[in-house]
Design a protein. Structure first.
Length: 292
């Protein structure tokens, strides 16, 4: 570190609360060092009542940029100068780029998801996908998949507070992209089976399968899967969810959520540096395997 930090080193931040558990500082600093960028990445505990001042500090300190996470993702946009089309449609920002005091907000979760698919030779462009979820991760994936050219999307969610957000997402996708999106109640299992049978790709983008919902699966049983269906989880702790265990038993190709996590970081890294992360090096260093 003494060799790395000098009078020219620029700062990249991560602004969220809580944030001390994050693996992003280790990941980003490893990639900066590996490619020789004179940048340092630090996490700051910033809550909703401090994010406006923190954004001012990005300009004042001439930081290269910042990541933002909860609770700031949906509120930081109003303090920025510009939003990417995906950030605008999602109503959320996870990456800020500072270009001579002009701050642009991006959302790289969906970019990361699509890049992880590509890295695993999964090509959903022009095809149909079924996805469960209307929360932050799901919305970013749905918007990016639609912008990238997924032809048809069936979205399912339980009838909780997120369902309304799903209605908005479907409206935006149908108005602003060439993708045709439809929202269904996850309780309609006949519809879920029908949409999954017609899909190339199935995605669980909910907290189901992840602590504290380890025992929950968005798909009730194995009969919903066929071997040709590609099945992707967004949760990654535990690495294997109940849902993906069933899909594997049927013979489906599957992917866990670590790919999205790695590639959303790489997309942010590329926005700050102009170069993607050294992906193979990062997979090795972080001991990441997601194509199982
Ligand atoms: P969120 O709180 O914004 O959304 C939660 C979603 O889960 C909603 O759609 C909600 O309806 C659904 N849900 C909650 N309980 C459910 C249940 N019992 N059955 C079915 N659906 C249920 O959360 P988020 O930020 O979108 O995160 C969702 C998951 O994605 C989490 O497991 C999170 O850790 C993971 N995640 C992964 C990455 C990655 O890089 N791989 C990135 C972000 C989030």
């Amino acid at each position: 570190m003494a060799e790395r930090i000098n009078g020219h080193t620029e700062l990249v931040g991560l602004m969220a609360y809580p944030i001390r558990h994050s693996s992003s500082p280790a990941m980003q600093n490893e990639a900066f060092a590996k490619l020789g960028y004179d940048l340092a990445y630090l996490a700051f505990e910033i809550g909703a009542d401090e994010i406006e001042d923190a954004v001012k500090a990005i300009r004042t300190l001439k930081m290269r940029g910042s990541n933002v996470s909860m609770p700031n993702k949906t509120i930081v946009g109003q303090y920025l100068d510009e939003l990417s089309p995906a950030a605008e449609l999602c109503g959320a920002v996870n990456t800020i780029v500072n270009k001579d005091g002009h701050l642009t907000g991006h959302i790289t979760d969906g970019i990361g998801f699509m890049a992880a698919l590509k890295d695993n030779n999964i090509d959903a462009i022009g095809k149909k996908m079924t996805i469960v979820g209307c929360g932050g991760a799901a919305t970013a994936i749905e918007i990016q998949a639609a912008l990238d050219g997924v032809a048809e999307m069936s979205i399912f969610n339980i009838k909780d507070g997120f369902f309304e957000r799903g209605i908005e997402t479907v409206k935006k996708i149908n108005e602003k992209t060439d993708c045709r999106a439809t929202l269904y109640d996850l309780a309609d299992l006949d519809q879920l089976k029908k949409e999954m049978d017609e899909s190339y790709l199935f995605v669980n983008a909910t907290g189901a399968g992840m602590h504290p919902l380890e025992d929950v699966s968005v798909v009730p049983d194995k009969s919903f899967f066929r071997p040709e269906l590609i099945v992707v989880d967004v949760p990654y702790s535990p690495l294997e969810t109940k849902m993906r265990r069933m899909a594997k038993e049927v013979g489906c190709k599957t992917m866990n959520g670590l790919g999205m996590m790695l590639f959303q970081g790489s997309a942010a890294f590329e926005l700050w540096t102009g170069t993607p992360m050294p992906i193979e090096h990062m997979k090795q260093i972080l001991n990441i395997s997601y194509d199982d």
